[in-house]
Design a protein around this ligand. Structure first.
Ligand code: NDP
Length: 400
């Protein structure tokens, strides 16, 4: 983005001419400024997570039979973060362009810092696990990569995954989206309509995330994936750098879309984000009401699936087979991918790099759908087969 204008060919040419040493020469190194910015941001978010008030929310029962308890203060933390950040800029206390100007150093520091953090998680999982939802797979690489603990905490209240996934990772997405917008404004004296569409859509997406944060605590990321390199490094490094990259590209490409096209992309993007939200909401309402609420105006069709926990107890769960969840078993990934496409397309088609996130997301979600299917098949057995018979498509209705 910085040295080759988002062009893969230009990067390739540079690498051919200068070799690995040339790459090492331009690789940004962590600096004191970068560490200071990360430390202030991390400490601020940790303080908000601990101190802001919020409703007590119970997570789903874990495989070992525990039920984690959370404080749902995500929306408040989100509002306080953005208001503080914009306030610091408005009153001339801190200029967000400093973050943009040190972005390479910040990402570089995050890459190494988060790696060390994952080592800490690995050691903690061995010597001081927070709950019985932990343990070793007997292989150091697997333990480090997939994690040792499902719900690691510092003390009783500071949930590490809520911090890494939500308050550091997802929050940084909004903070950086705003940063890119301000940088373009300060560089060109105005914000282009392409940047506006991109920023608004990314902010709508992150706002939706925090609005629904307690629901996120019921998803695979939190309820099934342990805190290891895969999820934590991803949220601490990959989200701030790759997820925000379409906006990063637009800073130096103030594309002018025109009012009609800009509004069309904006509305299409908002619609996709809404549908994605509604899929998640439908599944959670269905489970919360024990299958008694309406789905698309009708009594839902469902499968009562029983399964055995790791402690040998038999429990039952409901699988929704109508509404969005009757179109395909992971239909919610379609609007997720399209939403990302719509906040990228304002960059138009000059270079591939802004599209890296959408391509990555598509691969991630197709893999995730398969992982989830495998997990559910082994959890629910014949009941999952029944669901697959009733809803044969995995992601795209009638196609895949
Ligand atoms: P979810 O955890 O929301 O859904 C899968 C789980 O739901 C399954 O493991 C199963 O869990 C349960 N389930 C499956 N089928 C049914 C059904 N028919 N009825 C009721 N429950 C069912 O999936 P994700 O975590 O993948 O997605 C959550 C959100 O996060 C989505 O909006 C997704 O698009 C988004 N996301 C975004 C990513 C990004 O990088 N931008 C990455 C991943 C997700 P159980 O064991 O409880 O039965």
């Amino acid at each position: 983005m910085v040295h080759a204008d988002g062009s893969v060919l230009q990067t390739w040419d540079y690498l051919r001419q200068h070799g690995l040493q040339g790459f090492i020469n331009i690789w940004p190194k962590p600096t004191a400024t970068a560490w200071k910015i990360i430390a202030c941001y991390g400490a601020f978010e940790a303080a908000l997570q601990l101190l802001l008030p919020g409703k007590r929310v119970e997570g789903p029962i874990s495989p070992a039979g525990n039920r984690p308890v959370y404080k749902a203060n995500g929306v408040l933390a989100y509002v306080v973060t953005l208001v503080t950040y914009l306030g610091l800029w408005w009153f001339g206390i801190f200029n967000p362009t400093i973050v943009y100007d040190h972005l390479g150093e910040i990402f570089s520091a995050l890459i190494f810092g988060s790696f060390i953090f994952c080592i800490f998680l690995y050691i903690k999982g061995h010597v001081a696990p927070s709950s019985t939802d932990s343990g070793s797979a007997g292989n150091i690489i697997i333990d480090f990569y997939w994690g040792m603990e499902l719900y690691p905490r510092i003390g009783k209240n500071f949930d590490i995954k809520v911090f890494t996934n939500c308050r550091f990772g997802m929050m940084s997405w909004a903070v950086l989206a705003v940063t890119y917008c301000i940088k373009q404004y300060e560089t060109y004296g105005k914000v282009s309509d392409s940047m506006l569409v991109n920023t608004i859509l990314m902010l709508v997406y992150v706002t939706k995330f925090f609005w629904w944060e307690a629901g996120y605590w019921n998803t695979m990321d939190i309820a099934h994936d342990r805190a290891g390199f895969y999820i934590c490094w991803g949220c601490l490094v990959w989200v701030p750098s790759i997820y925000t990259s379409p906006g990063m590209y637009l800073v130096n490409h103030p594309v002018n879309l025109g009012v009609q096209l800009a509004i069309f992309i904006l509305v299409a993007g908002i619609l996709c984000i809404y549908i994605n939200y509604d899929c998640d909401r439908q599944r959670q309402e269905f489970r919360r009401t024990n299958g008694k609420g309406f789905v698309w105006g009708k009594a839902p069709s469902k499968i009562v699936a029983s399964y055995t926990t790791t402690t040998g107890e038999t429990k039952s769960s409901l699988l929704l087979t109508s509404g969005w969840w009757g179109l395909a078993r992971h239909f919610h990934y379609v609007p997720e991918i399209l939403g990302a496409f719509f906040w990228t397309v304002p960059a138009l088609f000059d270079h591939f790099l802004p599209y890296f996130y959408v391509v990555f997301l598509t691969i991630l979600l197709f893999d995730r759908a398969k992982r989830d299917d495998d997990r559910c098949r082994s959890k629910y057995g014949k009941y999952w087969k029944l669901y697959c018979d009733k809803v044969p498509s995995r992601i795209i209705p009638g196609i895949y």
